[in-house]
Structure formats: C-alpha cells, structure tokens
Design a binder for this molecule. Structure first.
Ligand code: PEP
Ligand code: MG
Length: 894
C-alpha cells in the first residue's frame, strides 16, 4: 500500500520530493527537537494522483483521519470541539519554493459552535470572531471559488460604516456581524453553506491546495523559474498557534545571516500581537528582530539557539518563520534561505572558514550567473529612495537617462548625445533602433520572455519589463506611476538587476568586482570572497578558459580576467575602417598582379595586428581564424551605391568609374542568403591569394615575436568546413606558406592547423575531418543556426518571445546550448574526432562558451576548453570549476 501521509516525526529533509520543501524541513526540525507545532504532510504523490484522476486516491481519506485523530489525542482536544476546538492550518509546499503562488487556509475547525468555544478558551471574543472571519474568507475563496474582492468589499464597507481606519479598530460584535455577511456572500455565490463539519473543511481544503498547483499564477511562475509542471505540491497540516493573543504573543521571520550581504546574523523582523500572515502582508510596521531581546528575552535567547542549531545542521544560511504564543516560542517553517549574489559569495567563503563546509562545497554554493550580476554597475544604495514602480528584472545593470516614448525619438536624442530610456507598454521589432539607441528599456507589460526582455538581454541593455504600475500614454508622451506624472525628457534611473525605476538621476557605483578584475584591487569582503571562489574553481576545473578577442587591448583585458589564451581571433575586423579601400582593390582587381598588390598592402597591416595580439598573449595559445564573412560585407551598401549611381545618371553626369565598377561587383556578389553563401573556407578556396596572405601575416608575426625573444603560439583555424576535402586543400596551402616563411626567416614556424565545427555535416563527418585537423573548435552560433534552421540575426527579435511564451523552449538555444540537438552533434563530433585522432584538442568558441549551463554541458561532453568574450571569462572559470565538482549539488538554491 502506498503511504500518502507522514507525521512530522516520520519524515526528514531528504524527502523533499515527496513532502515538499516545507514538509521535509518541518520534519527535520521536529527530529532535531525544535518546538514545532505537531502536524503531518500529505505527499506530492497524493497530489499527482488527485490531479491525474480528479479524485482522492484510495486510502488517503483514512490516512488523513488517522493522523488527525493522533493530533487530537496529543492535544487532548478534537477538531472543532465546541468548548475548546483544535484548529489546523493547511498549507501548500512544493519541492521548490513558489512564494505566494499556491494556497493557504488557516483556522480550520471553526464552526458556528466552536467559535464560541474558542472565545471562551482564549478569553477573547474578538480574537475568536476575527479567526472565524479569516477562515470564511480563505476557505470561501480558495475552496469554494468565491471572488476575494467580495469579502474585501464587505470588510471595507463595514469599516466605512463604523468610521474606523483599519481592522484593528473593529470589535467583536463588528466581526461577528462580518462573519454573518461572509456566510451570506458564500451562500449567494455558490448556492451552498459554509460547511459546519470540520472534517469536511479539512478534506476539501487539502483538495483545494492540490488543485492550486494548476492555478494560472502557479503555472506562470513555474514556466518563468523553469520548475517542471509534473511535480505536484505536498500539503502540510499543522496545529494552529496564535501570535495575536496579546502583547506576550507575536510573529516574525528570521535569518541566520543577512540574506542581502551574507554577514553574520541574526537578522529579521518581528510583529508583536500578530499572525505570521500579517508580517508578510506588511499591514503593520514590523520592528527589527533585535527588539525582541527587549520585548521577550527568553524567547529571543531560545530563537537564537534554534537558529544556531539550524545553521550548524543545514550548514547554510537558513530562514525561519516563528510565532510566540503567550510567551511560548514555536518554529513554523525553515528552509535554506534565498540570498543575493553578494551574500552567496560572502557566506560561502565564511562558512568554509568556519569549517562548516569544504572549499568545494563553497564553490558549489556560488554561481556564474551570480558572479555576472556582481560585475555590473549598480546604484549607490545610500541614494536609493522610494521607487516610482517595480517590474520584472529582465536584464541586469543600472542606467540613467531621459524618458522617451518611441523609437524614432530615442534615435534622434541619442544621436544628439543624450542618454535615453525607452518607455513602451511593450516593444515590437519596430522598436529595435530605439532599443539599440537607449541606455535602458522599460515596459509596463510582459514578462521575462517578452520581446523587450529577450532583445535587451541579447544586447546587454538594462531592462525592466512588466512594471504594471506604469500607465504609459504614448500619445501624450508621458507615463504616470502612483500619482506621479513623468513627461518625455525627464530623467529616470532604471535598475535592471532589481527591477525598479526611480525618479531622477541616481549616482552609479562601479562594480568593485569588475574593478578587481580590471586592476587587481582588493576592496573588501565581497571581492575577497569572489577571488577565493575563483581560486578554488581554477584549482578544480578541467576545462581551460580562453577568450574571444581580436585586438591587443581585448587580449590584454582577457588575460587580466584570467584567460589562458585566445580561442577565437576573428580576423574580419582587420578588413574594416581605413583598410576598406585595400579590400575593395583586392575585390575589383582585374589581373593577378593587381590582386597581389592589394594583398601585399594588406599583409603588413594584418601582421602588425597579429604581433600585438601574440605579444599580449605571449606564451599562451592564440587561435587565429581565417576570414569568415562574405567579401561583399566589406563593400559599400548595395542600395546606397545604386542610388548614387542612379542619381548621377539622372543628373546627366555619368557615375564615377569607380562607383560603376563597385556596383557591378556588389551586384555580382550579391547573395539572397549570405549566411549560407560564399563565406568561411569557401571564400578562401575561391578568392586567390587570400588565405596565403593571412597565413603569411600570421607566420611572419610569429617570426618577429620569436626574434624579439617572445613565445608566440599561434594556431590557424579554418572556418565553416563541410567536408574534409575543403580542409585538405586549404591546409596544403597553409603548410606551403608556413614552410616558405620558415625557410626565408630561418625561424621554424610551427602552427597547428585546425578547424571550426559549425555545420551539421562537419559534426557528422568529424572522424574524416580529424584526419586533417590538429584541433576542433565548435562554432555553436552557426551550429545552432544551421541545426535549427534559425537565422541567428533575425529570429530572436522576430518570434522567440512567442516561442518562449508557448513553452516551445524555456531559453533561447542561441543563449544556452540545446543539449538534445546541437549538443548531440557536439558529442558525436567529439567521439568520432577523438576516435580518428586520439587526444585531439577540442574547444568551443560560440557564445555558449560563456554561458554557465552550457559550460557545464561542455565539461561533460569532454571538451578541453571553452572560449568566450573577455568579460565572461571569470564566469566561465567559475562554472568550469563547479562543473568539475563530482557528487556535489551545484544546482542554484531556488
Ligand atoms: C560560431 O559560429 O559559433 C562562431 C564562433 O563563429 P562566428 O560567430 O564568427 O560565426
Ligand atoms: Mg561561425
């Protein structure tokens, strides 16, 4: 027989799948001997069975009855007993905490009879009627489906008629009247009476909590937080204790350490003479937890002792909810507490110093995402006041700018040098130019996967979306928020990490962590903690971390950030700017001699670039990729050119010969789909002399650095290979140039020649390709584009938000590697490449190389290194270290 119900004493923290986080931790506290009001937990398995069939599984009712009877025996009172009722709470509690997403019903067991018993037993009529009306409201809305607004309306009318400002001023008679009104509301809305049978109240409450798993709010939350839909929730049933029985009672929340900074605690809030719900709801002002020491020193000392017990036992920051009932302390909930990124680093290192956890465990407790958050600027906390509005923190960082309401205005003002914040109800692809021009994007609608959010994250722009309090009036060019009207041109401050908008320009503070990476300056506890976590990661990781960099400055920065080489030096930027005319000359060359001249002119420029980069990365590998994009990208825009030529003709003046020639070349080279056209290795194979020039520049740079006493380690990488034949041909040319330069210089230039694997065919024929390649580097940008058939330049803005909303995927495959499709190709290529060439060095240089989840994938796929943008290098180092921790749970604590 399946067991569906566990008394608190029979469970434990390792049973969270079955008992939910709350149930498992209540059981653990009970086992630790902490004062937990007795109760039991109905399992997630029972919930899943209920949701699958719409009915209670066999045996559940009997098990609940038996556990209720045991509670009654222990309390010496029965549920709903007329002269002194036992009252119960029923709460949801899933495997992962979903704050406020599901339902809670308190005071079960109150009826028309037992409310009088409670009044007598507690000595307070008011308390009894207040409890009853709370039950009617919670049960009425959650179990019987009555709109909460009807209860709230009735309460508001009562307060009006009595002329009182808040609930506390209603007396027992008022509340008894309210109970009658509420019962009437329930009857009118449902055609049924509020049940006077406490057992029925309990049973139906449990069902309602089960059903709340599939409520709209809960579903949406799970999608956002990537919590699976099929887990179900457990239900904890617990004896009620009351914090609202007078001045010797109260409720509070406490943390073993400060969840914002990680500093040693305890921290928390306390509300005398109140229920826990009142603390969370913020109805009255709480006092700092330390005030409890004065108000009730005995309970305070006990609480501190329990917090110590919990932190030592869980070996982590814990938070608790507690209630003091007539001077007796009760622990109602605990869990390993959520924390900011700053607190995560600080306390992980402190706990390790205190010997509570190992350095590896400390590493497991921090994350690359957290580190990335710490690398953005933020607002000076001392200057931050009341926010105008809050929304979803969709893309981190802090930005200040003048409000504008459309894309054109954003572009216009930004063009004139003004910093702007684009404010829209929601954005569409038409807003793209404005988003590019703005410092930050702010919307009143849409979630983390809205167009604004997806695009802003992609661009690294600050974004807050779904700030519902904003009433955006684009026509009038203003928004209002909580009574404040903000007109176009007014300066606001947007905090994309916290999801808040402030009036005026808040002072920005640089990230101390970023400063440390840039300059090595250690400026306090947080930076120290980050440095130590990274040291541990470097000690643990197997993956090397390189950077994608194509200038000496980027290479230097990458090295300071801990890069162990360059995994991708894109040579295309070296064809831009004032070198463009040389590229044009090469493309337009009519004779071999003309072309050779153009290439000869490019050669020293390329060589100089390579010398600088090899110097910056002296002693470390530098993977230089031969030219990848189609050549027409280096020519003027086709439309502009055509207009220029046509305008000249319209004026009766013939266009310049150069323009006419250029236009002809552009037309000749035009491709409908250049991403799948003449680029990568294909270009090298059909544009004579191009590969030779680039390789000669690399080889001569190596010679110069060697002669200067350096240790240059250039590697030559061929892009966009489909078949081994392409690589064979290019490689022959490369080897020949290397030999020529070696001979001419007397320096033996030895550069490994490898290839990118960025097309499905290359991945699937990696065994053949490895015969010619001394290393592989996965170009997961193109590999994702070609595996999914998604244009990498268009789809994210075009339809990804719809795909994310529909749950087709939960994260863009351009952001986090798609393990089933693209990842499968990676695994195949690794296996077949290494089978053909044992020990083949393999890395990745697509954007995924700096994405925490993808780094973990590449570790398990057996790669040797990841390569990412210089700023992501610390994130990749940290995640590579975490990936290498075996048997340690590195999932983020939710
Ligand atoms: C890739 O395709 O992943 C890659 C690194 O090359 P690029 O982004 O330059 O196409
Ligand atoms: Mg590519």
């Amino acid at each position: 027989m399946v067991q569906y119900v566990y008394a608190f004493g029979d469970g434990g923290r390792d049973m969270a799948d079955l008992l939910g986080g709350k149930g498992a931790n209540l059981a653990e506290m009970t086992r630790l001997g902490l004062p937990v009001p007795p109760g039991f937990t109905v399992t997630t398995e029972a919930c899943r069975a209920y949701l699958a069939t719409g009915a209670e599984p066999d045996g559940l009712a009997e098990e609940i009855d038996a556990h209720r009877a045991a509670l009654e025996r222990r309390a010496g009172r029965r549920l709903g007993q007329a002269d002194d009722p036992l009252l119960l709470s029923v709460r949801s509690g899933a495997r992962f905490s979903m704050p406020g997403m599901m339902e809670t019903i308190l005071d079960i067991g109150l009826t028309d009879d037992s409310v009088r018993g409670l009044a007598k037993a507690s000595g307070s009529e008011r308390f009894a009627w207040d409890s009853y009306r709370r039950l009617l409201q919670m049960y009425g809305s959650t179990v019987m489906g009555v709109d909460t607004a009807l209860f709230e309306g009735a309460l508001a009318r009562l307060k009006d008629s009595r002329g009182v400002p808040d609930d506390l001023h209603l007396d027992a008679a008022d509340l008894a009247r309210l109970v009658e009104t509420y019962k009437g509301v329930i009857r009118a809305e449902t055609g049924r009476d509020f049940p006077q049978d406490p057992a029925e109240q309990l049973r139906r409450s449990v069902h309602a909590v089960f059903a709340s798993w599939n409520g709209d709010r809960a579903r949406l939350y799970r999608r956002r937080e990537r919590i699976p839909d099929d887990l179900g929730t457990a239900v904890t049933v617990q004896r009620m204790v009351f914090g609202n029985l007078g001045p010797d009672s109260g409720s509070g929340v406490a943390f073993t350490r400060d969840p914002a900074t990680g500093r040693r605690g305890p921290y928390g809030d306390y509300l005398p003479n109140a229920q826990g719900e009142d603390v969370v709801a913020g109805i009255r002002n709480t006092v700092p937890l330390t005030d409890l020491e004065r108000l009730d020193p005995v309970s305070y000392a006990r609480l501190r002792a329990h917090l110590r017990t919990l932190e030592t036992h869980y070996r982590d920051l814990c938070d608790v909810e507690f209630t003091i009932e007539h001077g007796t302390l009760w622990m109602l909930q605990t869990r390993v507490g959520k924390r900011t990124a700053e607190a995560a680093f600080t306390l992980a290192v402190e706990l390790a110093d205190e010997g509570l956890i190992t350095p590896d465990e400390a590493l497991a407790r921090v994350s690359g995402d957290g580190l990335a958050r710490l690398m953005f600027p933020r607002f000076d906390a001392s200057a931050v006041g009341e926010a105008l509005a809050h929304g979803i923190p969709a893309s981190p960082g802090a930005a200040v700018g003048a409000v504008v309401f459309d894309s054109a205005e954003a572009v216009r003002r930004a063009g004139a040098g003004e910093k702007v914040v684009l404010v829209r109800q929601e954005t569409t692809p038409d807003d793209l130019p404005g988003m590019v021009a703005a410092e930050a994007v702010l919307t009143s609608r849409g979630g983390k996967t809205s167009h604004a959010a997806v695009v802003a994250r992609g661009m690294g722009k600050v974004c807050v979306c779904g700030a519902e309090r904003l009433d955006v009036d684009v026509r009038e060019r203003r928004f209002t928020a909580g009574g404040v009207t903000v007109h176009e041109g007014t300066v606001v401050s947007v905090d994309g990490s916290e999801g808040a908008v402030y009036a005026g320009a808040l002072p920005l503070v640089d990230s101390a962590v970023m400063r440390y990476f840039r300059t090595g300056e250690r400026s306090g506890g947080l930076v120290d903690a980050v440095a130590r976590a990274l040291r541990q990661a470097d000690h643990t990781r197997r993956l090397e971390v390189r950077a994608n960099a194509d200038t000496p400055e980027d290479a230097e920065r990458a090295r300071r950030f801990g890069a162990e080489g360059i995994g991708l030096c894109r040579t295309e930027h070296m064809f831009l700017g004032d070198r463009r005319h040389l590229v044009e000359a090469m493309i337009l060359a009519r004779t071999d001699a003309d072309r050779a001249r153009a290439l000869d002119a490019l050669l020293p420029l390329q060589r100089r670039d390579f010398v600088g980069i090899l110097r910056a990365m002296d002693g470390l590998p530098v993977t230089i990729r031969l030219l990848d994009p189609p050549l027409h990208e280096f020519l003027p825009d086709r439309t502009e050119l055509a207009v220029r030529v046509a305008a000249a003709e319209a004026h009766g003046t013939p266009p310049s010969a150069h323009d006419a020639e250029l236009l002809a070349a552009v037309n000749r080279m035009h491709e409908e789909n250049p991403m799948l056209g003449l680029r990568g290795v294909r270009l090298g194979l059909v544009a004579p002399g191009l590969v030779a020039m680039q390789v000669r520049a690399i080889a001569e740079a190596v010679v110069r650095r060697t002669e200067a006493g350096g240790d240059p380690r250039a590697e030559i990488m061929v892009p966009l290979i489909d078949t081994v034949e392409e690589l064979r041909l290019v490689r022959a040319e490369v080897e020949q140039v290397l030999a020529e330069v070696s001979e001419a210089s007397g320096v033996a230039v030895r550069c490994p020649v490898g290839t990118m694997i960025e097309l499905p065919r290359a991945a699937l024929t990696a065994g053949r390709i490895a015969e010619q390649a001394e290393f592989f580097s996965f170009g997961t940008n193109d590999l994702t584009q070609t595996t999914w058939g998604f244009s990498r330049d268009d789809v994210e803005a075009a339809f990804f938000s719809a795909y994310l909303d529909k749950g087709i995927f939960t994260v863009s495959p351009f952001e986090t590697i798609d393990p089933e499709g693209v990842g499968r190709l990676v695994r195949i290529a690794v296996a077949e490449g290494r089978a053909a060439r044992p020990g083949l060095k393999i890395g990745v240089c697509g954007e995924h190389g700096g994405d925490p989840e993808s780094v973990r994938f590449f570790h398990t796929a057996g790669l040797d290194y990841v390569s990412c943008s210089p700023f992501r290098v610390p994130v990749a180092r940290l995640e590579a270290g975490r990936a290498a921790l075996s048997g340690t749970d590195t999932s983020d604590s939710r």
